[in-house]
Design a protein around this ligand. Structure first.
Ligand SMILES: [Zn+2]
Length: 131
């Protein structure tokens, strides 16, 4: 016997016992699986909770790593705001002290910098500000 967490289209969760996994498929195909709460026969295997928890934890870890990376970049760089393209260019051509900077630049400004061979890269977005 095998137990499955099942879920109807109305999100009622319940457990079903079957001789084997083919038994579930056969009963589902015959429409014999019925939700005990609402009698819906649109019943599917529910997504297992441990898989959801694992994914959520992975996402939280990726988020934390991204946040830490972003913070490290910002902590070690000087904010030059809208002067960024100008300042990046000066540093590239040795007209200003070589240092890490960050600031705002439009898409075309970034393109122009890259065309000149000035190495610029986007700061990763703040994952908490996205939502
Ligand atoms: Zn139901």
């Amino acid at each position: 016997m095998i137990a499955y967490q099942l879920q109807c289209r109305n999100n009622h969760a319940f457990e079903g016992w079957f001789p084997d996994s083919a038994g579930f498929d056969a009963q589902a195909a015959d429409g014999k699986l019925v939700c005990p709460v609402c009698n819906s026969c649109k019943v599917e295997k529910a997504v297992m909770a441990p898989a959801i928890a694992g994914k959520a934890r992975e996402q939280a870890e990726a988020r934390a790593a991204l946040k830490a990376l972003r913070q490290r970049m910002l902590d070690n760089a000087e904010h030059v705001g809208g002067e960024f393209p100008e300042e990046a260019r000066k540093i590239h051509y040795g007209e200003a002290d070589a240092r890490a900077i960050y600031g705002e630049a439009s898409g075309s400004e970034v393109e122009a910098l890259l065309d000149e061979g000035v190495p610029v890269a986007p700061v990763p977005p703040d994952p908490d500000a996205v939502n």
